[in-house]
Ligand binder design. Structure first.
Ligand code: G3I
Length: 357
């Protein structure tokens, strides 16, 4: 009996020694994902002076307590997805409606969340009275001046950054032929920036476009920003929309290169509308989720690593509500699923923000 127990004992010990030896020569184990992180994205971001956020819709903030609570828990910056656009705020020439945007700003103030305004000047989301008004150059300048003065003045001191001109350039590199460009001329950008600065001297001013990678469109967006700076226009930053499902570069190295040249101009870069539809990737559903997570991690990393990027905003935050669902039918582009559970993309961003401390 004794001999048999001794042999059994030796065998067990050998097995343990073998297990230790083989484990120590194998690759280091991948740390487990934090399944229930005790820290939120916003608390990790705050430690690095970083802003992480999403676009929001006021009716969801009002009617969906989970939407509201998850947002307030996880994010420290927001953009109204639609309710600071021209047609929402200024539906008639002599009538402004701040009710919905005010509700968003109030929510943000209650939860110590910064607000970015989007977009004072855009070719889209304009009311009919502007589009069909047949206004002269002087009239349209007066309308734009009144709009900026009233809107920016209304929120003076409460908006962290204003998207002053959204999508000013075309894919082929020319100015987008908007009503503003055609009626006022290219100086509509300088005027809009100047009027915004006058109405709120302390807010950051940026122009915003899908011009993230290195191509003819991003070259003309860069040239425009450079010209504006050289002419002394009050421009502080550019926004990279970063809708990675279409129209955008998804090569994060190119985007990092692009960020760097803005730093040389003294301009910050903000990622303003990031989303990554899952059907962009092939493979099993798990592989698609991992590929999506990698994309979010890579873009967060290039922003964290850049000297001039401290803001990443997604175009929403839960797959329950995304503009893409209605627009292209693309699927599940955000970091929380439809039940507000964090996806691998959330965990990837969490780990990236956590860093090594
Ligand atoms: O809420 C109204 C509803 O009352 C009305 O009956 C209905 C009829 O058209 O429209 C509803 O509003 C729609 C709104 O989304 C809210 O869902 C607008 O038609 C529709 O045009 C609007 O689309 C928005 C789009 O910009 C145009 O403004 C999307 O939600 C919004 O996600 C999208 O966001 C843009 C950024 O501003 C700029 N960059 C690209 C990005 C994605 O397209």
């Amino acid at each position: 009996m004794k001999v048999r127990s001794f042999i059994a004992y030796i065998l067990v010990m050998l097995t343990i020694v073998w297990a230790i030896a083989t484990t120590s020569t194998a690759a280091p184990p991948v740390p487990p994902r934090p399944e229930s992180p005790t820290e939120s994205l916003r608390s990790l971001a705050a430690k690095r002076d970083f802003f992480i956020g999403g676009a929001v819709q006021p009716q969801l903030l009002q009617n969906d307590s989970t939407y509201r609570e998850v947002f307030a828990r996880e994010f420290n910056i927001l953009i109204p997805e639609n309710h600071t656009k021209f047609w929402r705020l200024h539906p008639e020439r002599d009538r402004y409606d701040f009710s919905q945007a005010d509700a968003i700003v109030q929510f943000a103030n209650e939860h110590n969340i910064k607000v970015m305004g989007h977009a004072l000047v855009w070719f889209h989301a304009l009311p009919r009275w502007v589009v069909e008004g047949n206004f002269s150059r002087e009239e349209l300048m007066e309308i734009l001046h009144d709009h900026i003065q009233t809107v920016v003045g209304h929120y003076r001191g409460q908006i962290y950054a204003w998207d002053v001109v959204n999508e000013p350039v075309e894919a082929n590199g020319s100015f987008r032929e908007t009503i503003w460009y055609k009626t006022i001329g290219p100086e509509y950008l300088d005027l809009a920036l100047r009027w915004t600065r006058e109405a709120d001297p302390d807010t950051l001013l940026y122009i915003n476009d899908y011009a993230e990678g290195l191509n003819s469109k991003s070259q003309s967006f860069y040239n425009l920003a450079k010209d504006l700076r050289q002419r002394g226009a009050p421009l502080d930053a550019v926004g990279f929309q970063t809708h990675l499902g279409f129209l955008s570069a998804d090569n994060s190295e190119e985007v990092a290169e692009n960020m760097k040249r803005y730093a040389e101009l003294g301009l910050d870069v903000m990622i303003t509308e990031m989303d990554v539809p899952i059907d962009k990737f092939s493979g099993t559903p798990e592989e698609q989720l991992e590929a999506q997570a990698k994309m979010y991690r890579d873009f967060l990393k290039i922003c964290l690593d850049a000297s001039n990027c401290n803001t990443l905003v997604m175009w929403g935050f839960t797959d329950r509500h995304s503009w893409l669902t209605g627009f292209t039918g693309s699927k599940d582009p955000l970091i929380f699923d439809k039940s507000y559970q964090p996806k691998p993309a959330y965990h990837a961003m969490w780990e990236e923000l956590k860093g090594t401390d």
